[in-house]
Write a protein that binds this ligand. Structure first.
Ligand SMILES: Nc1nc2c(ncn2[C@@H]2O[C@H](COP(=O)(O)OP(=O)(O)OP(=O)(O)O)[C@@H](O)[C@H]2O)c(=O)[nH]1
Ligand SMILES: [Mg+2]
Length: 336
């Protein structure tokens, strides 16, 4: 599946229908009076959060969205029908921004969440509406009110609880595949992952969403490798799982490189709780593991969890810890 996380689209809500100017004409009825009905309302443009989507790729093929116009009013007091509204399904985590990207107009964060962004124009009054004691045969009928139009940017910031970070080849995608039903591409070369993948992990009958993003390298914030644009997708995570490849020579340097990039990216990423894991321990002897663990611990000054995405060693403990951290962060959020 292709992935697209930013696109620009054109929206137009429906114009209102015009009111009618008409008079009742029947045999034997003199001065039948005005009977022009009102115009119908134009259709609205509404965004709806959709759980089964996780890319904006559909918008590459369609950029213009116009809701139906209201129907015109007619004689015999018939009101025009309302124009049909348009619903645009977007993935959870989609933000809608103004054309200059200065303002966030809406943020779709929940499945089924609906945001009516553009209202359709109201219908115009038919001449029936203008009838009064002093003007019993008005010829005035109004046009409908115009709908609204605008260009907007859609920006997807995936919503996950855990963000996986690490150098290319650290085993992020392997970890995701081991603990969720996601099937990301895995290979022994850097930059296998080219776009974020999501998966749902279960532990102790609770579930949370993990996002696997492309690996970072030194200078990612300046555009090196795939750059750091994918970090936007873990901005909303509650905890980061930092995987360090234990088969690397200098695990402390690997860890520092990533921390440096997170800091350079900003947006609160370096302030998020981090769980640090020494990955691929199945490839090392117990002595080597102990040495690498000590080396890494010295650099990051926090607990280092030895794990292996391939053999599954230590994985369950890390999942539990992630779950606890998520719960703590949620409770903290509630207290505020
Ligand atoms: N021995 C061992 N090898 C692993 C483990 N996890 C991953 N690998 C191997 O490491 C290589 C890279 O794994 P990926 O999961 O693609 O790494 P990644 O971090 O997603 O890499 P990018 O997507 O390029 O950033 C693959 O050849 C995996 O088979 C592990 O726990 N033990
Ligand atoms: Mg990968």
């Amino acid at each position: 599946m292709k992935f697209l996380d930013e696109c620009k689209i054109y929206l137009q809500s429906g114009d209102g229908g015009a009111g009618a100017c008409s008079f009742r004409r029947e045999r034997f009825i003199e001065f039948g009076g005005p009977d022009g009905g009102n115009g119908g309302k134009g259709g609205d443009i509404t965004f709806v959060g959709h759980q089964n989507l996780n890319t904006l790729i559909d918008f590459r093929y369609r950029q213009h969205f116009k809701a139906e116009k209201g129907h015109h009013g007619m004689g015999q007091n018939r009101t025009g029908g309302d124009g049909e509204g348009l619903e645009i399904a977007v993935p959870i985590g989609t933000q809608i921004l103004t054309e200059d990207k200065d303002e966030i107009l809406a943020d779709i964060t929940e499945p089924g969440q609906r945001v009516k962004l553009l209202k359709g124009g109201d219908g115009g009054f038919g001449n029936m509406h203008f009838k009064s004691s002093t003007n019993q045969a008005p010829r005035r009928a109004d046009d409908g009110w115009p709908g609204q139009e605008m260009w907007v940017w859609l920006r997807l910031k995936l919503i996950a609880d855990v963000g996986l970070v690490g150098l290319p080849n650290a085993g992020k995608s392997t970890f995701l595949a081991a603990v969720t039903r996601a099937r990301p591409k895995i290979a022994a070369y850097p930059f296998t992952t080219l776009h974020p993948n999501l998966g749902v992990a279960y532990v102790d009958e609770r579930e949370f969403v993990i996002a696997d993003i492309p690996g970072l390298i030194e200078g990612a914030h300046e555009g090196a490798g795939l750059g750091d644009r994918f970090l936007g997708h873990i901005e909303r995570c509650r905890v980061l799982l930092h995987l360090v490849d234990a088969t690397e020579e200098d695990v402390a340097a690997s860890w520092r490189t990533i921390r440096h990039e997170l800091k350079a990216y900003g947006n609160g990423l370096d302030k998020k709780p981090e769980i640090t894991a020494l990955n691929k321990i199945d490839a090392l002897t117990p002595e080597e593991i102990a040495a690498k663990q000590a080396q890494l611990k010295k650099a990051c000054r926090r607990a280092v969890h030895p794990i292996s995405g391939v053999s599954g060693e230590g994985v369950k403990d890390v999942l539990r810890l992630l779950d606890q951290t998520i719960q703590t962060a949620k409770n903290k959020g509630r207290e505020k």
